[in-house]
Ligand binder design. Sequence first.
Ligand SMILES: Cc1cc2nc3c(=O)[nH]c(=O)nc-3n(C[C@H](O)[C@H](O)[C@H](O)COP(=O)(O)O)c2cc1C
Length: 394
Amino acid sequence: MPPVITNVDDLHAIYRRRVPKMFYDYCQSGSWTEQTYRENESDFDLIRLRQRVAVDMEGRSTATTMIGREVAMPVALAPVGLTGMQHADGEILAAKAAEAAGVPFTLSTMSICSIEDVAEHTTKPFWFQLYVMRDEDFVDRLIERARAAGCDALVLTLDLQILGQRHKDLKNGLSAPPKLTPASVANMMTKIGWGLNMLQTKRRFFGNIVGHAKGVENAASLASWTNEQFDPRLDWEKVRRIKEKWGGKLILKGILDAEDARMALQVGADAIIVSNHGGRQLDGALSSIRMLPEIVDAVGDKIEVHMDGGVRSGQDVLKAVALGARGTYIGRAFIYGLGAMGQKGVAQTLEVIRKELDTTMALCGEKDVHDLGPHNLLVPKGFRGEWEPHGRNG
Ligand SMILES: Cc1cc2nc3c(=O)[nH]c(=O)nc-3n(C[C@H](O)[C@H](O)[C@H](O)COP(=O)(O)O)c2cc1C
């Protein structure tokens, strides 16, 4: 009997059993003490919902748009590096599940399947997430390749000029393909389904990079290339240049401060993603859901505000939308589904979230996702103002 999946935690439990420890840990960690990673989730729990009754609930709709694109619900798949190590051909499978569910898929620069691989196996445009590298030719070519593949938005990540330290990845010697050490081999031998699938695919390297960037022919040179290549000089001027080069819809990811949100507005982005990279970069930063209202207040009437970080259920989606997000992204939640049961698992993640969103809307007395607002929520005093910038120039 296949397991009965009723929530995202069910998929997480199966994922944990099926995927090698190195990749499970890569997904399931934040930087340093993991405070921000934990609070991304736990801060959602501080927000409660207002139950309303005797409202006609027939004909509900979760459909909306994100940067003009019709979506079945305000949810997209976040860019997740090494997705193709969580399950063979993971990016292709996740993109197909997203397409079937009517939500956008975002492909990471650090994916295993390439831009072209994903384009070949899907019929609708997906979004491409760009990391800015020192090698400008390579960045230009990535932009060209995304355009040629029909991507209809560029998601430019701004919060990873240098890498936040995640202890487990260093201890596990994370790499793609995985380094064969006695410990990693012993662990992989217990993940038979994962291994058999991996043996059947050729896609085990960083597909957007190996063979496309000068001097990167294999994984060994790739590790040093990545460490040296993320561009620490990325600034607003570069963001402007990339916007011009791309010429299409631009989403800026990793905004966690109202000042930066105003800068994003000035450079003419189409949307921002309030995000702290799932708690993987600046540990000690506030959670995305806590920062969302202030950023919506600052720019929400002029630019679409999206958010990610800690979204594990349709109730989380509802809370974010009620606080002003036009859309949300799920990272770990879809990886749980993918690692648990491939494309079907991602489809299950999305279906669980859609149902939870729909049911919660109904019990809050709302029929249309566009009508959600602060009136649906009970937010503890101090949720917004408990922390303040310290000092006069804060
Ligand atoms: C395993 C993993 C890999 C990630 N890789 C990328 C990446 O390559 N590019 C990027 O912009 N964000 C990356 N992120 C951040 C996600 O896009 C997203 O911001 C985050 O996962 C949202 O938090 P959540 O996982 O709690 O949903 C990654 C996150 C995880 C968990």
